[in-house]
Design a binder for this molecule. Sequence first.
Ligand SMILES: [Zn+2]
Ligand SMILES: [Zn+2]
Length: 154
Amino acid sequence: MTSSKLGKFGSLRKRLLAGIEKDPATDCWNWQGTKVMGYGTLMVRTHRLAYELFVGEPPDGRVLDHMCDNPSCCNPDHLRPATVRENSLRGDHLFARRARQTHCLHGHEMTAGNTYITPSTGRRQCRMCRRLRNRIASRERTLRKQAARKTLVN
Ligand SMILES: [Zn+2]
Ligand SMILES: [Zn+2]
């Protein structure tokens, strides 16, 4: 690595660390800045940048695979250099697993009618859960409004 490259990386390292929020539950280093297709970007993909800064350049032709399946995570411990083939195979498995999913986390059947596909990400969501979430959110809004009114009256 030349000294000019080190200088560039020195300030990148600061910007990278400033943009990361560590999640104590998963130990993921979640990138808070700009994301493209779920991956953090800071000129290059942030997970790749973090790996190069803290571990080193991945071996020739290797891509970095997220062992935690969290594309915005930059924790070098969660990254593993994989061949493109391994990576896409793993991706296929993931895709297949999601496509095969017949029930949501809460056990609602993921029929065509009950599946909402997020237009921006293509992610499948359970419509029943979305409705429940919205209902809870609006109930909370009403409760907050009532509480605010009460404090005004008192
Ligand atoms: Zn992670
Ligand atoms: Zn559901």
